[in-house]
Ligand binder design. Structure first.
Ligand code: ADP
Ligand code: ZN
Ligand code: ZN
Length: 736
């Protein structure tokens, strides 16, 4: 390659500025994407460091003005070039700008002001203090007595601890300082977001199955057999212990580990478990950290102060210099997909990052994504299983209730008679109840309440979605029909979009069980900071009889006293117009089912549905992953959906409908020209939500067998758009 596009001085501003340089003969085999180079820059030709983003045979710049690279730095891939390579890969895979990709992978760059930690020190003898406390007692100065007693016990302690843990008043501290009883000192600290209460680790001896799982991954690793491994084990089968053992082994080799967890499952309990094992060698990232705390965690990682980072998707970009292991817990979770530009999937990026540093990826799940499972069965991934729950907890009994029958027999309540009876009994026995409303796809499919028929697209076999009240449309191909007034199958007039929210459930529950104490958890009740944790904590400790919620309550939480779980409308996720809807339904229901009977008592789960014989529901009922997978994979194969094909969604945004329509048609036209045997192009169709804040959206879909082909198609379209005058007012993004 003769020319290189170089980004200058990355750690400063202006990430966008890319300059073309010539690569002299002598450097041609040394230079690669991500290489650090020295280049002459600006008018004075100042020798400056830069990173190579792209290489080409042709310069996209005036030949006369191109300067040659001075030198390629060869002392190994430094960390940052690693990240640039990763950013380049992300841009290639998912489209968008290099700028957006770089912002994704490069953690906060701004160095923030150091934070100081204040300490309290007893400044007089204990005896003196005791004398003073006598006096306070007599005058009933409660706050001072409290502070005094703590100082007698712990003469040096953190101020924050005194205030937050021991509830000492700041006024009392001030008074003591004035009286010369205590001194305050301060010290620079790196903020550690993990609350470090002293906890004693219970020593766990791995079971035979766990040992085998650890051994399998470890052998692969040591034999340089680095493909990802799926660890398939139901909730409570001891996956977390396996992860921790692997992390510890990595530590012994001087390697660091990243553990990805869906944000919602990143509970105090989970963090504490890792803290118990790794102490100050671990840290955590999550959305509630301040920018300063975040930057400190990256700093600690870069300085080698920590070896384990726990966090959601973005923790993937922790700047460890000797990364050995990336664990993705609950790998099937949709939150691993980034929903802003670039729309990357954490699983794919993790695999790429591990590849770059010779590390391992372990994917853990009770209900693996169909794609991951498929890969584990076809040799692309390794596979190891934990089949049994640890200890005495048993899987709950799951009942499926046919809502069509309830309707026919005159029950219009949202609680089936069976669920209602189970709830009554639980309340009598002072047990707790979880009511779960699956709200994905709330926006709307249309179904018949009498026979359960759902209106499907005849071309795509996904459900049609309501648009503008009286039109039904398919997301995938744009096929449209007017909204019918009667059921096409049985003629009933009870046909409508499904409209039920958590508030309505709460109203029904209050009417049915006026004595019960009810909590509701959704976006409205948890928007205040900490509200979510508070409700959970209260309920976990037995305060409250019924907890109503959406996905939020399904994940990862352990409610010891819950014996009855109701999934009120399992169908909601079955018909959300996505090809993964059966998979999501199975996963959600399996997860919800896992909330009941986590202890010795047997729990029961009630799945209410209009589709009692759908395979995703039956498989969840029987805790049978295999049964689900076999059906699902056959359907995917038939429809050429992933993993048998890939879909590229191109979304176009514009404030002007006419321009948008034209651009959509142009783009689809360009794609169709390539189509032939390899590609199927659909659209332009209106996006499922067509207009948002006066901006219209259209989508074009391209389907192909191989993802590589779609990447080529994406590159071609990006190139076309860059040079087309019709796209100047159109925002375009890609979703692979
Ligand atoms: P998972 O991550 O698969 O849900 P966990 O690792 O959380 O499972 O294990 C479930 C429970 O069993 C935890 O309370 C854990 O401490 C306990 N546990 C796991 N492995 C063992 C073991 N080998 N011996 C005793 N208890 C264990
Ligand atoms: Zn019907
Ligand atoms: Zn369709």
């Amino acid at each position: 390659m003769k020319y290189a596009n170089v980004i200058v001085n990355i750690s400063h501003e202006n990430l966008d500025k890319v300059y073309a340089y010539a690569v002299p003969e002598e450097w041609r085999d040394k230079v690669g994407i991500g290489s650090q180079v020295i280049i002459p820059f600006g008018k004075g030709n100042r020798q400056t460091k830069g990173f190579v983003l792209e290489l080409s045979e042709e310069p996209d710049f005036d030949l006369d003005k191109i300067k040659p690279i001075t030198q390629v730095l060869e002392d190994g891939m430094v960390l940052e070039s690693h990240f640039i390579q990763l950013a380049a890969w992300i841009r290639e895979q998912y489209g968008g700008t290099m700028n957006a990709a770089l912002r994704t992978v490069l953690p906060v760059k701004t160095k923030l002001k150091d934070k100081e930690q204040k300490y309290l020190h007893l400044a007089v003898s204990r005896e003196r203090l005791s004398v003073y406390l006598e006096e306070c007692h007599k005058k009933n100065y409660k706050a001072r007595v409290r502070l005094g007693e703590i100082l007698l016990d712990t003469p040096d302690l953190k101020m924050a601890e005194a205030v937050q843990v021991y509830k000492v008043s700041r006024d009392a501290i001030k008074k003591f300082e004035e009286l010369g009883l205590l001194q305050i000192s301060s010290q620079v600290v790196r903020r550690n977001p993990v609350e470090t209460h002293l906890v004693t680790e219970k020593k766990i001896v791995l079971t035979k199955a766990q040992e085998e799982a650890v051994g399998y991954v470890w052998n692969n690793y040591q034999n340089s057999y680095h493909k990802p491994v799926l660890l398939h084990g139901i909730t409570g089968s001891g996956k977390t212990e396996v992860y921790m053992e692997l992390i510890e082994r990595m530590e012994k080799l001087g390697k660091q580990s990243i553990v990805l967890i869906p944000e919602i499952a990143l509970t105090t309990t989970m963090v504490t478990r890792y803290y118990q094992r790794f102490g100050d060698r671990m840290s955590v990232l999550h959305s509630k950290l301040s920018l300063g705390e975040r930057s400190d965690q990256y700093q600690r990682a870069q300085n080698g102060e920590i070896t384990v980072m726990l966090g959601p998707r973005s923790a993937l970009f922790t700047p460890f210099s000797n990364l050995g292991l990336i664990i993705i817990d609950e790998e099937h979770e949709p939150t691993y997909k980034n929903e802003t530009q670039p729309r990357y999937h954490a699983r794919e990026v993790a695999i790429e990052r591990a590849k770059m540093c010779g590390g391992m990826v372990v994917l853990g799940s009770a209900t693996p994504s169909v794609e991951t499972y498929y890969k584990s069965q076809t040799g692309q991934y390794g596979y190891v299983e934990l089949q049994e729950r640890i200890g005495e907890s048993r899987l709950p009994l799951v009942y499926v209730v046919d809502l069509r029958k309830e309707m026919r027999q005159g029950n219009r309540s949202i609680f089936s008679r069976e669920l209602q009876a189970a709830m009554e009994q639980a309340l009598q026995e002072k047990k707790q109840i979880l009511l779960f409303l699956n709200r994905r796809g709330y926006a709307g499919f249309v179904s018949c309440r009498a026979c359960g028929e759902v209106l499907m697209c005849p071309h795509c076999d996904v459900s049609m979605t309501v648009h503008n009240q009286n039109v039904l449309q398919c997301h995938y191909c744009g096929y449209t029909i007017p909204m019918p007034h009667t059921c096409p199958k049985c003629g009933s007039k009870y046909i409508a979009g499904f409209g039920i929210g958590t508030q309505k459930v709460e109203a029904f529950a209050r009417a049915a069980f006026p004595q019960a104490k009810i909590w509701r958890m959704d976006r409205d009740t948890t928007c205040k900071k900490g509200a979510y944790e508070k409700i959970l904590e209260n309920f976990q400790q037995g305060n409250g009889d019924i907890l109503i919620g959406t996905q939020m309550i399904a994940k990862g939480h352990d409610f010891p006293n819950v014996t009855v779980v109701g999934a009120l409308a399992a169908d909601l996720s079955l018909f959300d117009g996505q090809y993964q809807s059966a998979e999501r339904t199975f996963q959600l229901l399996s997860q919800v089912a896992g909330r009941a009977g986590r202890r010795k008592q047997q729990g029961s789960v009630w799945i209410q549905t209009y589709k009692p014989d759908h395979y995703s529901i039956l498989a969840a009922q029987n805790h049978d992953y295999q049964a689900f997978y076999q059906e699902e994979i056959a359907y995917r194969k038939l429809m050429a959906y992933p993993p048998f094909g890939s879909i590229l969604t191109i979304v176009l945004h514009c404030g002007r409908e006419d321009l948008l329509q034209m651009a959509g048609e142009l783009l689809a036209g360009v794609a169709r020209k390539q189509a032939g045997e390899i590609f199927t192009v659909m659209g332009p169709a209106n996006a499922s939500i067509y207009k948002v804040k006066d901006v219209y959206r259209k989508v074009v879909y391209v389907k192909a067998r191989e993802k590589e082909q779609l990447i080529k198609m994406k590159n071609l379209l990006e190139e076309y758009i860059r040079f087309s005058q019709y796209f100047r007012q159109i925002m375009v993004y890609y979703d692979m």
